[in-house]
Design a protein around this ligand. Structure first.
Ligand code: DOR
Ligand code: ZN
Length: 332
């Protein structure tokens, strides 16, 4: 098979940044995806109706054919009235960052109970809770597993609240999502599907493979792969593509985040083909996520062809995932 047609996919977790760089990143993802759910951890963060609408406009101007799905950041001063306003402009998610868990999360939440009223209102308004599921006080490789009890607690306290456990990185979290009710789903990235800690520190230190949550053991990766290939509707694609300039990554204190946007579909094609699961790819990138969020599935399509290409070493000053590697699938 030398050609493959997919419904135009959805990326349910992406960082497009801001200012001049935003246009580049939005245009890169628009080459492969029709809709993107943009994360709110800009500086300043997306916490008001006006900031969210301005952000949407900037993306529309840069990439007119890309549909933007909106988010807001949950922060300690959030007012209940804000939630109704967010709902009115069609915001899909409120993003929960534990304080200090990742890039630009210092203004996140340190006490989960503090935001129970917000979560209760989100449950009533049917706004999805998106969680960066890591407990910052735990050892780095155990942070995701340490966060699972919090998600469990949320399912008990707010049984109708829909929750997305973002960017799964551990076998324990995969199992937890399977065990939880259908109100809980999860996103899976290309990098957690393909890499382990060996790709970060096994031989040389590879700063461009550093992200939060950190890539983990072969067993963890295997559990994530099985989840993605399983055809279970709880697991769908979210890239967590998170560009940082080369200098910001190769520095005294390197930033967390992997720029995967330019290589997503070629790598997904390669991985699903390797496991003889190409028949499950359409639902993974263009079906289950839309269903979970309650939006219509994509009606457009995109064609991929078997044609080698070499991933550039840098794109707009950022080192992308798989830089310098030869990939087998290209966009037609
Ligand atoms: O590696 C990451 N980078 N993980 C996140 O959760 C945030 C992201 C970013 O914004 O750079
Ligand atoms: Zn993210």
């Amino acid at each position: 098979m030398n050609e493959f047609v997919l419904p135009l996919p959805d990326d349910f977790h992406i960082h497009l940044r801001q200012d001049q760089a935003l246009a580049f990143y939005a245009q890169d993802i628009a080459k492969q995806f029709g809709r993107v759910l943009v994360m709110p951890n800009t500086l300043p963060p997306l916490t008001s109706v006006q900031s969210i609408l301005n952000y949407k406009k900037a993306i529309q101007e840069a990439a007119p054919r890309l549909e933007t799905l909106l988010s807001f950041k949950i922060h300690p001063q959030l007012k209940l009235q804000d939630l109704e306003d967010f709902k009115k402009i069609g915001v899909l998610i409120g993003k929960y960052y534990p304080a200090g868990a990742t890039t630009n999360s210092e203004d996140g939440i340190s006490d989960l109970e503090h935001i129970f009223p917000v979560l209760s209102m989100m449950e009533d308004l049917d706004i999805v809770l998106s969680v960066h599921g890591e407990e910052p006080s735990a050892f780095c490789l155990d942070r995701e597993a340490a966060f699972i009890p919090k998600v469990q607690l949320l399912t008990e306290k707010f049984p109708k609240l829909r929750i997305v456990f973002e960017h799964l990185s551990s076998a324990k979290a995969v199992q937890a999502v399977l065990d939880m009710p259908d109100t809980v789903a999860a996103t899976i990235t290309v990098h957690h599907l393909t890499m382990t800690l060996d790709d970060l520190i096994g031989e040389n230190l590879m700063p461009h493979h550093f992200c939060k949550p950190i890539v983990k053991t072969p067993e963890d990766r295997e559990a994530i792969r099985q989840a993605a290939f399983s055809g279970n509707k709880k697991f769908f694609f979210g890239s967590d593509s998170a560009p940082h300039l080369k200098e910001k990554k190769e520095s005294f204190c390197g930033a967390a985040g992997i720029y995967s946007a330019p290589v997503i579909l070629p790598i997904l094609m390669q991985e699903f083909e390797k496991e003889d699961k190409l028949n499950r790819l359409a639902n993974f990138v263009a079906g289950f996520g839309a269903d979970f969020y309650g939006i219509a599935r994509s009606t457009q399509s995109i064609r991929l062809i078997r044609k080698e290409w070499q991933v550039p070493l840098q794109i707009h000053g950022v080192v992308p995932l798989a830089a310098g590697q030869t990939l087998q699938w290209s966009l037609a």
